[in-house]
Design a protein around this ligand. Sequence first.
Ligand code: GDP
Length: 197
Amino acid sequence: MKVNTAEFIISNSEVKKCPKANMPEYAFIGRSNVGKSSLINMLTNHKSLAKISGKPGKTQLINHFLINKEWYLVDLPGYGYAKVSKNLRSGFSKIIYSYIESRENLVNLFVLVDSRHDAQQIDLNFMEWLNVNGIAFSIIFTKADKLTKKKLADNIEAYKKQMLVRWEEMPPYIISSSSSGMGQEEILNFIEETNKI
Ligand code: GDP
């Protein structure tokens, strides 16, 4: 798929004010600074559709963008400011899970993780919560350009191993770099293949 048009629709702090759920929707989420805004800009070939790194703790907003007048791309608030506990919901704000639980046109959630780091407890908890709630998601490993090919492959292997302690199989995943454009085609193809609702 090619992104021909990308329009900002609405930014809001209430799930009920999201646009009518009449098109397939794909949301992006991850810990703050994971590279979410950069990835959204890379995917849509925009310099500043999504705002690069606001200050942690700023207002938690859900941003809707309409792509090719066919599907919504949603930029969800970063998580991980609050303290993490064993509670699967801890560390991310109410708006995030109320969005995920109620948005019936959500086809897939992309959970971004930094390819340089070990699996983080908050991400593992979050994915477990998604699983328990039957939410389709895939992992995007970000900032791949920051690693050598070998280190990247080792890190992905290590991540898989960590996932397989708790999961029967590795969820679908894509490796990306907003600097090099790596992953763009794969992510857009994934969206194209799944957005027929
Ligand atoms: P967000 O808080 O998740 O939206 O993260 P940003 O997109 O604002 O990125 C956080 C920082 O990481 C910024 O300084 C970006 O320039 C940098 N960054 C994001 N993605 C990449 C990437 O793919 N490669 C490199 N080298 N840096 C990146």
